[in-house]
Ligand binder design. Structure first.
Ligand code: ADP
Ligand code: MG
Ligand code: MG
Length: 918
């Protein structure tokens, strides 16, 4: 009983209100969870001995109170009122004013502030405490009636909007909100007076506006604007808590993945006034330029204004200094000119803040009658190029460690540096004509082309084209490659178009619902606008936007020196190797430039697609459609030189870095031609009649080719295919050895489910190896033989498989496909619903499903290394370029991840960030 009483009492004593001001503070920066970001930093600025920055005194009501508020139907914990009153007393005695006092009134702001900043998503009410009586007190005290009524009309606007309408759950018709209706009154007044700016209205004008405002509020909301300071205060507090569950806040949290449980704090803070006249101002600033990362103080301000005005864009803000000048504001006076002393003080404060927080800060300041105050500081948001520049600079300045620097840049932010982008200024001035999903980053302009062949044809003539399709399929690949960018009406982030574009780092927008593609009329309709083939459009693939015409591009890679320095820093920290998936010598070289440390997947069949593929493809088709071993062997012999040449080129380009070469993987039927003329040529070459050829083709047809005659199964049934491929790899390797070039080849056998399949193929490899060694008079070759783990059974029997396999490469695309039983080409029908209903937390083809497929991987690695300690393990699926999956792979003990060339820099960063996790 006694203890129960005690805990009850302790609960009651739990501190709900934290004071700051007068050089002291109850809280500090580390208490963000309890005080919210704004409150914690206000406390830090006010109370930390290294800072002691002028902050108007006030107090923070904790996020715990917010949680309580929602658990108890909008009630507050007992004792809160007393705590608030006590804190208010402290503020009053510091300021020598009293809240609600008609003679010498204190005014406060009531501000929201969550753990993580949610800019503009929640509410703030300024000038709380102004009533019919106190407004007179203010006038007497300041001798400035214009200012008093300006503050009053702002309070009525904010309060009626935030407290009386939004928090009360009143949903006005579009454009009929109380704020809008009050603003109309103000507009009318300005019109009447023949002025343009709020600041040009005088005291009488504003006094009249206030009266009209109050009438309007009563008339529209059926309630009077409260004429009592404490009523306003509690109204404001409740409204801020309610704004946590406001529409905007909820959708912002969903996008940013902020948990609903966090809640917001409420900050009650003494008002300081930037709207007291020409000697007053308000502004926002960044300790470095958030647009390009330059280490230069940057900001904007407005004379005679209150906080909200700068962001609201009512007047064009002026630059605080030379660094902040732009075409828009260069004719306005700088703060450094107008108030040089204050500017100097502000500059000193911003330096101190950055040094203290070790990061770029975004600050709010107000100057009240020649006196400077700081109202907020937080870590400033920045774009990709700025993030990289700041990270590198801050290491140089010894402000942060390399490790910290690496963690300052989000992997997605690197994307912005690797592709040209649309000039953001131009983008603002143009109308978006269609919206889809951002599938491939950067920007691109081109002429609309509706089919792949035309795309190739036009591109050959030197035209820039954008391939626009309902959706794409593998037959469009040529045209996709030739195009500057790809736009599709259907499909999601894992659609064919998205996947291919991502692999190439090509600009791409998919799933543009409003797009109507008419192939026959060669026209595209969107939002009432009709475009024809040949018309120019511009895509923003980072945001999924489409514009008409050509918009100017900006080279986002101009910071490359800095990017490289940053990535070197990542390399110094990461503990896992980054390889790339590349199928051509050209791709291999590109990947080397991006910093790849090997090729994790070279797909042999790729030499039969695309440019220069006609001849080898013809030989392959001949091989596929031959009858009997003899005919097939002859065709393979003809194919051999092409295969060897391609492999040798890639091995050479990688200069000794390992190259994993996968033997022929897809079902043979995929290579059979569909066009009549091609079939005829083939028949001629094989010396068979067309009906016979057609019969041979029909035999190859399978009802489920994905799980049909492919991969290792081809090698088991036609060992001569394995023999040819392996010989090409080994001879290419041997020749490079003879040429005294560095080389390392890894032969990878795909679609293995049983160790016995591998033993069968290993025999072929060993036999060919002996022959090649003899031919080149060598004792050994720098090679390894391993397998792809992509069938669940392979993962489960990894201990047996690793007896023969010298390395594992997890093919997580197929492993996910077969592990889930999801056909990757058909997920469009259900995956969106799965994600929507949270049946799956994310697309398992983008991020490794750690609970299921991840377990197969972990188990496979563990069992594999049991039989073969030190077994080399990597991943070659799409997941190899996904930051979260990279972290998983590292923790699972892999030696490397492999991703498409363009994602290599991102993978280097993600790997460095993961290094911290173990
Ligand atoms: P947000 O999180 O949307 O920026 P804030 O709580 O920071 O909301 O407040 C909005 C604006 O009002 C800011 O410009 C801020 O500087 C200003 N402001 C807030 N409290 C005060 C105050 N006590 N005195 C003067 N200006 C204030
Ligand atoms: Mg703010
Ligand atoms: Mg596969």
């Amino acid at each position: 009983m006694a203890t129960k009483k005690k805990t009850k009492k302790m609960k009651k004593m739990k501190k709900n209100v934290y004071f700051f001001g007068g050089g002291k503070a109850d809280g500090k920066a580390e208490m963000k969870n309890l005080l919210g970001g704004k409150g914690a930093n206000l406390a830090e600025m006010a109370g930390h001995p290294n800072l002691r920055i002028p902050v108007p005194p006030g107090f923070t009501i904790t996020t715990d109170v917010c949680t309580y508020f929602y658990k108890h139907n909008g009630k507050y914990p007992s004792g809160l009122q007393d705590s608030v009153n006590a804190a208010m007393k402290k503020v009053e005695s510091l300021m020598g004013k009293k809240f609600g006092d008609p003679k010498n009134p204190l005014l406060v702001s009531v501000r929201s502030g969550a753990r993580q900043s949610m800019p503009g998503m929640m509410e703030t009410v300024l000038n709380v405490g102004l009533t019919e009586k106190t407004v007179k007190g203010i006038i007497e005290k300041t001798g400035n009636p214009r200012f008093a009524y300006d503050a009053y009309r702002r309070l009525i606007t904010m309060y009626s909007d935030v407290v009386m309408e939004k928090a009360a759950g009143i949903e006005p018709a579009e454009g009929k909100g109380i704020r809008r209706q009050l603003e109309e009154i103000l507009e009318k007044k300005k019109e009447q007076r023949g002025v343009k700016l709020d600041t040009e209205l005088d005291a009488d004008d504003l006094k009249d506006v206030c009266q009209k405002y109050k009438k309007k509020v009563k008339q529209v909301l059926k309630k009077s604007f409260p004429d009592d300071a404490y009523k306003q205060l509690w109204g404001g507090i409740g409204a801020v808590f309610s704004s946590w569950k406001g529409k905007r806040a909820i959708s912002y949290r969903r996008i940013e993945n902020i948990p609903d449980e966090w809640g917001t704090a409420v900050n009650v803070q003494t008002m300081v006034f930037g709207n007291m006249g020409e000697n007053s101002a308000t502004g926002v600033a960044f300790t470095r330029n958030p647009g390009n990362g330059d280490n230069k103080f940057y900001g904007e301000y407005l004379i005679n204004a209150q906080g909200e005005d700068v962001v609201a864009g009512i007047r064009t803000p002026a630059p605080i200094n030379k660094n902040s000048q732009s075409d828009h504001n260069k004719n306005l006076k700088m703060l450094s000119q107008v108030m040089p002393k204050i500017y100097k003080q502000l500059d000193g404060i911003q330096r101190r803040l950055e040094k203290h927080y070790h990061d770029m800060q975004d600050i709010e300041f107000t100057i009240e009658d020649g006196e400077l105050y700081l109202l907020q500081t937080r870590v400033g948001k920045r774009n990709g190029p700025a993030a990289v520049k700041m990270a590198v600079d801050m290491v140089k300045e010894r402000l942060i460690s390399k490790k910290a620097a690496v963690n300052r840049v989000k992997p997605e932010q690197l994307d912005e540096l690797l592709h040209p982008i649309i000039d953001p200024d131009a983008e603002k001035l143009n109308k978006v004509i269609a919206k889809g999903l951002p599938a491939g980053p950067g920007g691109a302009s081109g002429m609309i082309v509706l089919d792949a062949d035309t795309a190739v044809e036009w591109a050959k003539k030197g035209k820039k084209v954008i391939l626009v399709r309902e959706e794409t399929n593998p037959e469009d690949v040529e045209g996709m490659r030739a195009a500057q960018a790809i736009l599709t009406a259907r499909g999601g982030m894992t659609s064919h178009a998205a996947l291919v574009a991502r692999g190439w780092g090509k600009c791409c927008v998919v799933g543009c619902d409003g797009l109507d593609v008419d192939y026959s009329k060669k026209k595209v309709k969107t939002g009432g606008m009709t475009l024809k083939q040949g018309d120019w459009i511009t895509l923003n693939g980072s945001k999924g936007l489409v514009y008409k015409g050509v918009l100017p591009m900006m080279d986002a890679t101009r910071e490359n020196v800095i990017l490289n320095r940053f990535l070197k820093m990542c390399d110094g920290i990461k503990k896992i190797k980054i390889r790339t998936n590349a199928d051509t010598p050209e791709d291999a070289r590109k990947a080397r430039d991006f910093g790849a440390e090997g090729i994790g997947l070279f797909r042999m069949e790729h030499m039969f697609y695309g440019e220069g593929a006609e001849k080898p493809l013809f030989k392959l088709r001949k091989m596929i459609l031959s009858e009997g071993e003899k005919e097939r062997k002859q065709a393979l012999k003809e194919l051999y030189p092409y295969v060897k040449k391609d492999i040798k080129g890639t091995l050479a380009a990688m200069q000794g870095y390992p190259v994993t070469i996968r033997l022929l993987d897809p079902p043979l039927h995929e290579f059979v031609p569909h066009q009549q003329d091609q079939l005829k040529t083939l028949a001629k070459s094989l010396k068979v009649r067309m009906p016979d050829l057609e019969k041979r083709i029909s035999v190859l047809k399978e009802s489920n080719p994905m799980m049909g005659h492919r991969g290792v199964r081809l090698g088991v049934t036609y060992p001569e295919i394995t023999e040819m491929s392996v010989r090409a790899i080994l001879e290419a390797t041997a020749e490079l050895v003879k040429e005294k070039k560095k080389v390392f080849s890894e032969i990878m056998i795909p679609v293995v489910g049983a160790d016995t399949e591998l033993w069968d193929q290993k025999e072929v490899v060993d036999r060919v190896l002996k022959e090649v060694l003899k031919k080149y008079k060598l004792k050994s070759l720098p090679i390894m033989v391993g397998t792809m783990i992509e069938i669940p059974r392979a993962a489960l029997t990894a201990d047996k498989i690793s007896r023969v396999a010298e390395f594992f490469s997890f093919g997580t695309n197929d492993l996910t496909q077969m592990g889930f039983g999801f056909s990757r080409d058909d997920i469009g029908g259900f995956l969106p619903a799965y994600l929507d209903k949270k049946i799956l937390p994310q697309d398992p083809f983008q991020t490794i499903d750690q609970d299921g497929i991840g377990q197969l991987i972990k188990y496979g690695i563990e069992r594999g290394r049991k039989t073969r300690p030190g077994l080399k393990v990597g991943i070659c699926g799409e997941h190899g370029g996904d930051p979260k999956s990279i972290e998983f792979c590292y923790l699972a003990g892999m030696d490397y991840v492999s991703c498409s060339p363009f994602r290599v820099p991102i993978a280097r960063l993600a790997a460095a960030q993961a290094a911290d996790c173990k």
